[in-house]
Write a protein that binds this ligand. Sequence first.
Ligand code: FAS
Ligand code: PHB
Length: 397
Amino acid sequence: MSTPLPQRTQVVIIGAGPSGLLLGQLLYRAGIDNVIIERQSADYVASRIRAGILEQTTVDLLDAAGVGERMHHEGLPHDGYELCFGGERHRIDLAELTGGKRVMVYGQTEVTRDLMEARAKAGLLTLYETPDTTLHGFDGTTPSVRFTHEGRSVELHCDFIAGCDGYHGVSRASVPASAVTTYEKVYPFGWLGVLADVPPVAHELIYANHERGFALASMRSNTRSRYYIQCPLDHKAEQWTDDAFWDELRRRLDPSAAEALVTGPSLEKSIAPLRSFVAEPMRFGRLFLAGDAAHIVPPTGAKGLNLAASDVSYLSRALIEHFTEKSDAGIDHYSDTCLRRVWRASRFSWWFTSLMHRFPDGGDIERKLQEAELGYLVGSRAASTVMAENYVGLPLV
Ligand code: FAS
Ligand code: PHB
């Protein structure tokens, strides 16, 4: 039995990742009708392994969306993390340096699951496996979205379109090239990530700068760990055996962590490329870009998912203001407000990536400069405070 489809809704959301799902939930709770169109299947979306760290502003937003219960029950609040270099670990005490702020360890996979379940429970329409979406009329006042669903060509009329369809999505690509300015930096390495049901090597995250390359020891719970090592861009995940991965990770950690490391079979193994990317502006008439559709950061600073959440916070407030208070102030300032926070998080992510990774053309002087900066960072309260307040997330304006 084919799904009965509406001909109109207030907001069409392209993409059922965390940006689209969170926006849909916040609009629904404000009484604003929305439909999500997703290219992939629900299983595919729910199975993706990505981010792991939530800023307090993201935690608060998930609570406001009514999906925070499992996060508070299963998530791990963290007051600090460690920097590992020269064979030693140095703790960055986030709570002490930022007047009590902390981050929450809770995987994006779980955030997505919580949002998908809430949307299904509310009976909201999400059209999965809808690959050929096109956007129309968003430079005027009567935008629409066309797509094929269950073999039928459909046109959905709306007041606004939210492009939450990620870096490779159709939304940004639908804007005339002359209307968009993009800024991009591609890093000469990737992250090889492994998920395994083994206890984490330490209670907090360890970011390691090693002459062989960067490594990160993270987690999803007290029984499930997430590890990353920097790898060359031409590597493929399948060329890395589990044993080779564990051996390389051990080499890059300090001796006590290497000794404590518990290994096991990988549940997931993948290589993510690293780039800094920003598209300006983030609004085009009745089309708004949010999340990875507008910007990408290298995952070093754990900002990608959190920037998506702050975009959605601003966009949901702007749309609610439009529909309930007949004011377009939020809509008119959406792009500038998002981009101020996007660029500050992009700077921090670029800085942290430059500090912790081995660059192929960096030479010995780069290693010496990184050692000098790391030594200064952990020895200066002022420098550690700057790092800590960026890591916990700058305030929403
Ligand atoms: P997403 O890309 O998550 O979601 C976009 C959705 O739109 C997808 O479901 C896609 O299928 C759909 N879509 C695309 N084109 C479409 C079309 N034409 N029509 C309909 N739907 C379409 N961030 C961190 O903070 N830490 C990390 O460790 C980290 N690791 C990452 C690893 C990888 C491999 C990637 C790609 C990203 C990683 N990120 C990380 C960043 C990531 O978490 C993103 O910031 C986050 O997924 C952003 O969410 P969305 O904006 O919803 O975009
Ligand atoms: C993760 O757990 O996936 C993670 C944590 C911190 C980062 C990046 C990724 O900076």
